[in-house]
Design a protein around this ligand. Structure first.
Ligand code: S3P
Length: 179
């Protein structure tokens, strides 16, 4: 286990669908001996239904309102690793909270990587009903400047998960040293 002695904040993974937030988050939590949590999972538990159903009944705005509430609760406690849904860091209040109570880590991936990694994702409402490459391209354009505000950005293209996790830990150590 790697110990980061000065870590007193939650590590919050942000980025687009397919970036690897949950997979990398679990691995990171395991290596650092921290609990892992996933905001989409917590939202589904709170709502008692799937993300698809939340979008169908409350719309994207309703989902985002719930997400904001749930993430605020998840940042209010002992440090952990938190994987967030792709829209979480876009909300200014949630972003400010994440940056205050946690350390935002953006897992960055280019369009080809995201196309490959979302190939089998069928439960993402935003990826339905259109050309996936076009949808993801527009999301990259709209969101990457905002994800770019994260304290740490890690490029994941062409990297195995193990290498990405190692890079995240190295970048975290440098970030904590610089504080
Ligand atoms: C969304 C991303 C999804 C989920 C919802 C909306 C988005 O989470 O929260 O479908 O707007 O980017 P992941 O980023 O974990 O796939």
């Amino acid at each position: 286990m790697t110990t980061l002695t000065s870590l007193d904040k939650t590590l919050v993974l942000v980025g687009l669908m397919g970036a690897g937030k949950s997979t990398i988050g679990r691995m990171l939590a395991g290596l650092l001996g921290l609990p892992f949590a996933d905001s989409d999972q917590a939202i589904m538990e709170r709502a008692g239904c799937s993300i698809d159903e939340i979008f169908a009944t409350r719309g994207e705005e309703g989902f985002r309102a719930l997400q904001k509430e749930v993430i605020a609760g998840m940042l209010d406690g002992a440090p952990r690793v938190l994987a967030t849904g792709g829209s979480a860091y876009l909300d200014p209040d949630t972003r400010a909270l994440i940056d205050r109570e946690g350390i935002a880590i953006w897992l960055k991936a280019d369009l080809d990587t995201l196309m490959e990694r979302t190939r089998n994702l069928e439960n993402r409402p935003l990826l339905k009903g259109g050309d996936r490459r076009e949808i993801l391209g527009k999301l990259i354009e709209a969101r990457y400047p905002i994800y770019g505000l994260a304290a740490i950005a890690v490029d994941t293209d062409g990297k195995r998960h193990n290498d990405t996790v190692e890079t995240v830990i190295d970048r975290l150590k440098a970030h904590l040293r610089a504080l």
